[in-house]
Design a protein around this ligand. Structure first.
Ligand code: 13P
Length: 335
């Protein structure tokens, strides 16, 4: 595979203050999102919703790529255009989730290993044929009593690097996503320590397995306290700790770091990204976004499965994308 071509795609993903829309919820996860707004998770409803997202006016000004799920990359709009063609027409890069989800890790009580390496070479080939240009694999690291274990960190880091190498050889830019979950009552220092250990393990494996840094994207969590932690913390501290951790762990050859939102509110995810960019003029990598919930929460609320609400739901998506694009420049002025 021509790595320089992949490096150009990776740069395009973070160019012009754009970010990614993660619309790759598995059938189970989108089902939970639809339950919350009383929409039945049928194949047609899932297609209608993803079509709504992709057709939102002007999103291409703020969103460089969209991560799709296996079902979605094969779907067509109600009037028969494939969703991938629709994206290409709007100059949005199609991406695909290729992991098979976080499954119980044998030998550890409560931890998970992300599966999906078996058959990955053939699936990458198929997805390239369907028009995908980048891929995503999410590893999950939990904080809790006796967690994370070094074992969970290292098995997940190993699998992330294996996935990334297979993608590069097959012609997809890998998004490497080691997510340290915000669930729990741990404080921000614990999150920072675990994230640092995780990123060091991931980049150790990436080096050992010969993954090309120039042709990948990192998708990490921000350094924030656990969702049940009672500490109050301001955005400056989150930004300082997150950027410090990234400087310690992420080689300068990586073109872009595109954060997950991880359960932060839409406004917090935008504000924290903005603070990082506003406070740091000269970083080796672009800091951008690859949000799922923090781009879609208000969209789902506006839509509620009702055809008459499609335009207002689309406006909600374009607004969030625009605000996050401003945050990529450090120019976000609030809600
Ligand atoms: P959230 O932004 O909702 O965390 O989702 C991003 C994602 O793609 C998780 O894999």
């Amino acid at each position: 595979m021509d790595i320089s071509k992949l490096a150009i795609t990776a740069q395009a993903m973070v160019a012009d203050n754009k970010g990614l829309l993660a619309a790759d919820e598995s059938t189970g996860t989108i089902g939970k999102r639809f339950d919350a707004i009383n929409v039945i998770s049928s194949e047609d409803n899932r297609r209608d919703y993803r079509e709504l997202l992709l057709r939102a006016q002007d999103i291409e000004k703020f969103i460089s790529g969209v991560i799709l799920y296996d079902e979605t990359i094969r779907q067509s709009t109600t009037d028969g255009i494939s969703l991938v063609d629709l994206m290409v027409q709007k100059n949005i890069i199609p991406g695909i989730k290729v992991d098979a989800g976080a499954k119980p890790l044998s030998g550890s009580e409560n931890e998970t290993i992300t599966e999906g390496l078996d058959g990955l070479v053939a699936r990458v080939e198929e997805y390239v044929g369907l028009g995908a240009q980048f891929a995503k694999w999410r590893a999950v690291i939990k904080i809790g009593s006796d967690m994370p274990s070094g074992y969970a960190i290292h098995t997940n880091a190993h699998a992330l690097a294996r996935y990334a190498k297979i993608c590069q050889e097959g012609g997809l830019v890998p998004i490497v996503e080691p997510e340290v979950l915000m669930d729990g009552d741990h404080d921000v220092e614990v999150c920072q320590h675990v994230t640092e250990e995780t990123l060091n393990a991931v980049f150790g494996e990436i080096y050992a397995q010969g993954v090309e840094l120039e042709a990948m994207i990192l998708k990490p969590n921000m350094i924030i306290p656990g969702s049940d932690c009672l500490d109050t913390i301001d955005t400056l501290e989150i930004a300082d700790r997150t950027v410090a951790t990234l400087k310690r762990c992420v080689p300068a050859a990586v073109p872009g770091i595109m954060f997950l939102s991880g359960g932060q509110s839409e406004a917090d995810a935008t504000l924290n990204l903005n603070t990082m960019n506003a406070q740091n003029g000269n970083l080796p990598w672009k800091l951008s976004y690859s949000y799922g919930r923090a781009l879609q929460a208000s969209v789902l609320q506006a839509w509620k499965g009702v055809g008459d609400n499609v335009v207002s739901a689309q406006k909600a998506l374009t607004l969030r994308a625009k605000l996050n694009s401003e945050a990529c420049k450090g120019n976000y002025l609030g809600e």
